[in-house]
Write a protein that binds this ligand. Structure first.
Ligand SMILES: Nc1nc2c(ncn2[C@@H]2O[C@H](COP(=O)(O)OP(=O)(O)OP(=O)(O)O)[C@@H](O)[C@H]2O)c(=O)[nH]1
Ligand SMILES: [Mg+2]
Length: 314
């Protein structure tokens, strides 16, 4: 887990405000006008699809909503409460826990995803959170393709007070990953965070490199990497689904991080991604700052997504 930051519920609500406006602008008006009928339920389903929730979840949420409120008149808050409950029912089974200090040491985390999705930023936030909680953290710049990537990561490592390893541009990323884990074992690190490239010459080249990184890590520790986080950018909307598909099929992903939920009206896309993926949603990114990463809480997320004040599920 990520150490809960003060005011994270407010930040979640604020971050998702564009998405919640998109979700509920038409919905609330349409559904409070008269007692709920089939025509309104069909319109609701359409609107949920438009809000990127995907056809299957949209159909189920509309059905669950209808089961609760059919034939009754509703206030805006009643609409939102019923919608939040229906969305939470979809997401709760897809919520997972990122717990790098609760497993074996050193705990190895690999960050993968297309270029610009937020891998390096997410790694930096996690590094800072872990050192802040007293962990001994080693960060490895496994993106050896882009020189600027190493510098960007070095800044995050410095800020976090974590140790940092890099290799010359163009060096073998798998070799660096191996060296990092070897050092971490010798020097008793708690966690090793390994960044990767988002783009190489071609897609197959990237998948081959990631597969090789995982293979060489396993030579040192058959259980490593203990976590393979696929980082997806919410602002690309339904494109995130295609990315989940490609990486999920090629690499053994263990958890999803959905980033940039603060900068988009398309936060609803988390729902179809959660359902398409074999691995749960573990973390969400709500901004560029060091504190803008949260554990994924399906209940709080669902409430914020429909514009209700988020609460922690009791
Ligand atoms: N608003 C917002 N911006 C974010 C978030 N996460 C990352 N970013 C920004 O997105 C941009 C790309 O993030 P990076 O972490 O560099 O992405 P990357 O996946 O490492 O990209 P490559 O190294 O090119 O593969 C940066 O400008 C980040 O500050 C987020 O949760 N919210
Ligand atoms: Mg990067």
């Amino acid at each position: 887990m990520i150490g809960p930051k003060h005011g994270w519920l407010e930040r979640l609500g604020q971050g998702l405000s564009r998405s919640s406006r998109q979700m509920t602008r038409q919905v609330s008006q349409a559904l409070t006008a008269r007692p709920l009928d089939q025509e309104q339920l069909d319109a609701l389903e359409e609107m949920l699809i438009e809000a990127d929730l995907g056809p299957r979840a949209a159909a189920r949420i509309a059905q669950a909503f209808g089961a609760q409120r059919f034939g009754r008149s509703s206030t805006e808050d009643e609409v939102k409460e019923a919608l939040a409950a229906a969305v939470a029912a979809e997401l709760a089974p897809r919520q997972g826990r990122f717990d790098p200090l609760g497993g074996p040491r050193p705990f190895v985390v690999l960050f993968i995803g297309v270029n610009g999705s937020g891998k390096t930023t997410t790694l930096g936030k996690i590094g800072a959170d872990l050192t802040g909680r007293g962990a001994k953290v080693l960060i490895a710049a496994g993106d050896t393709f882009r020189a600027a990537a190493v510098e960007q990561l070095a800044v995050w490592a410095g800020r976090a007070g974590a140790d940092f390893m890099s290799a010359p541009a163009g060096a073998d990323a798998a070799g660096l990953a191996y060296d990092a884990l070897e050092r971490a074992r010798l020097e008793a690190y708690d966690v090793v965070l390994i960044d990767t490239a988002g783009r190489l010459q071609n897609k197959q080249g990237l998948m081959d490199e990631l597969t090789k990184m995982i293979r060489v890590l396993k030579k040192l520790d058959p259980a490593a990497p203990h976590e393979v986080l696929l980082v997806l950018d919410a602002t690309v909307g339904r494109n995130a689904l295609a990315q989940e598909n490609i990486f999920g099929n090629a690499i053994g992903v263990t958890g999803i991080v959905m980033t940039k939920l603060d900068g988009t009206a398309r936060g609803g896309v988390l729902v179809p991604v959660a359902q398409a993926s074999d691995s749960p949603i573990k973390l969400i990114g709500m901004g560029e700052g060091v504190d803008d990463l949260q554990d994924f809480d399906a209940h709080a997320f669902s409430r914020s997504l429909v514009g209700l004040e988020a609460t922690v599920h009791g």
